[in-house]
Design a protein around this ligand. Sequence first.
Ligand code: IMP
Length: 430
Amino acid sequence: MSTLVVVGAQWGDEGKGKVVDVLAEEASVVARFAGGNNAGHTLVVDGRKLITHLVPSGCRYPGTRCVLGAGMVIDPEVFRAEIDELRVLGLLAQDELRVSLDAHVIFPFHRAIDGLREDRASTAERIGTTRRGVGPAYEAKAARRGVRVRDLLDVTRLRERLAKNKDALDHEMQRLGAEDQALDLEALVEQGLGWGRWLGPMACDAGELCARAIRSGEKVLFEGAQGALLDLDHGTYPYVTSSSSIAGGVCTGIGIGPTLIDEVWGITKAYTTRVGRGPFPTRLTGPAGDRLREAGAEYGATTGRPRDCGWLDLPALSRAARLSGMTGLCVTKLDVLAALPEVQICESYEDDVDPGRDGLEQAVPRLRSVPGWGDPAILEGLHAAKDRAGLPAAVRAYLDLIEEHTQVPVVLVSVGPDRAQTLRFADAFS
Ligand code: IMP
């Protein structure tokens, strides 16, 4: 058995795309289990930047099967465009992509509602979603009127599913002041059938595909989207996404049991970023935040929004490690910290606020400067290092501190955007 789950340990954007891209070389299946095109995974292939939103980051390896699981919500228009782009680049063969029959479909009306709600909400109520229709599609799923990939393959079922949405959606459009956007049932049926024609050949029982691969000894990598602190159940609710972004989401989002999971690697930046609203204890405002944003080029891969930036938050990271039962931590963007004149870290909050018990709204970080950083030689040392022992002393001490707090070994560090700028300290697959 050889399975590895890769999940975000913060508020998303931790660099999962690059890490999965590096690790996927060894896997024969890479499967995504949650989210939709709210995610944006940046890969650098031969110096060229590529952003995938739906197709798992393992797509560039010939023969690797890429699977979109039942826990995902799929916008077929975005999916089609992405497949076409990858195929033009020669990165995705015809038979390498599989989609769960039970994944839910994002229709244009989900996108419209997501955007209208954000536009109409008061500043206090706005979530700052990616406006991709992800939340409304998951709402429809929970309300048992969602449309799945399998429904696109049968006209009677599709019409029946869409009809179930009409009253609720027309009412919602009216509430949002968009009466003119009433749902045109027959036009949507046509659109859905059109999607079904090209999605059908790649639709499958994704859980069975993964379980069979695992049983026959293949290496399977499960790729998360977003991060633990955006998880619907355990994140900074209500400022969260609408799906399960922790490792447990693999079981429901793919359709396999927890006994099939061997390793869980969490990805964290060497600092913290967040996009969208919600608590962020170590957020830096003013020039300090701007400096970190510019150093790390912290702009959303999906929306282009500037990310809020702050120091590494060890209590929040420790909670994320516990939520996913992490067996390894990957620390990305160490090179960005190395470019700063000073580095700080949060090891605890004032008044012993506990992130699980008290939430993060009230958490005031106790920050301290990390010794040894701010020296220009660190960047050079990072790039020259061939292994952990060869890293600059300040960086090694930083990694030790992370391990001490989270009780999870650091198994990989990333010191630049290129896949070659990666040091691995452990095997991904046992
Ligand atoms: P939604 O997932 O579009 O509904 O957005 C809900 C919250 O999750 C917002 O704060 C988004 O900014 C955030 N979010 C969703 N996907 C990502 C991601 O891939 N990276 C970072 N933040 C995300």
